[in-house]
Ligand binder design. Structure first.
Ligand code: PLP
Length: 236
């Protein structure tokens, strides 16, 4: 199947049920991205700041770029002018930096808080207690140039569907609780980003409304050097 047919069939599957497709284009060429673009796709996800910046410069300006990978505080400045949504916010510190840079560009940047749901050490994200601490913190109120639009999570990389379903269920429960307690009147707090190529059907079954699909859209990725580095990162 071609990239264009993949986009068309995914959109036909996801749109009617209200699930937004993020086409994850990391390691993919501008030509491949343009094939998806020509098939109507406008939201693309990247996990590396440098790669995102390079692609954004050369591709159509009406693409909505989502950063889905870990974001270091010192790299926020490179994407603050154009990024549409950051899925991978995992500290107050990075949120404050996003706010500061967004303000410099007179923007409000939409963010998701990444929650650590996987049964794996080397994954980023808040645990429950840290998340609640952030949501209660007084510093958060001062951040006028960011908008917390929901939560994001990555399930354990396992064949065991029961484990994956439990993790997605847990994140959905947390999302509902956070919505009810902290964002009851904020309509923008509405996004639950969970599900990748291997598990997006389970994620949707458990309440996801935004899926991040790479290989299902573009085919398998050739593993590049910087990918290995990223996968081995520990929390910073
Ligand atoms: C790479 C990546 C995806 C997409 O992975 P696929 O298995 O190719 O669908 C989704 N989310 C994040 C955070 C990623 O880094």
């Amino acid at each position: 199947m071609s990239i264009a047919t993949n986009i068309e069939s995914l959109q036909a599957e996801l749109k009617p049920i209200g699930v937004t497709l993020i086409a994850v284009s990391k390691t993919k060429s501008n030509e491949e991205i343009m094939e998806a673009y020509q098939a109507g796709q406008r939201i693309f996800g990247e996990n590396q700041v440098q790669e995102l910046v390079e692609k954004q410069e050369h591709l159509p300006k009406d693409i909505a770029w989502h950063l889905i990978g870990h974001l270091q505080t010192n790299k926020v400045k490179y994407i603050a002018e154009f990024v549409t949504m950051i899925h991978s916010v995992d500290s107050l510190k990075v949120l404050q930096e996003i706010n500061k840079r967004a303000k410099q560009h007179d923007r409000i940047i939409d963010c998701l808080l990444q929650v650590h749901i996987a049964d794996e050490e080397a994954k980023f994200g808040f645990d429950h207690a840290e998340l609640i601490e952030l949501l209660r913190s007084e510093e958060l109120v001062e951040l006028q140039n960011i908008r917390i639009c929901g939560l994001m999570g990555i399930a354990t990389n396992t064949e065991n569907q029961k484990v994956i379903k439990e993790e997605f269920y847990e994140l959905k429960m947390l999302f509902d609780g956070v919505k009810a307690s902290y964002f009851r009147k904020e309509d923008f707090f509405s996004i639950l980003s969970m599900g990748m190529s291997s598990d997006y059907h389970l994620a949707i079954e458990k309440g996801s409304n935004m899926v991040r699909l790479g290989s299902t859209v573009f085919g398998k990725r050739v593993v590049k050097h910087y990918k290995l580095k990223d996968d081995n990162n520990t929390k910073s």
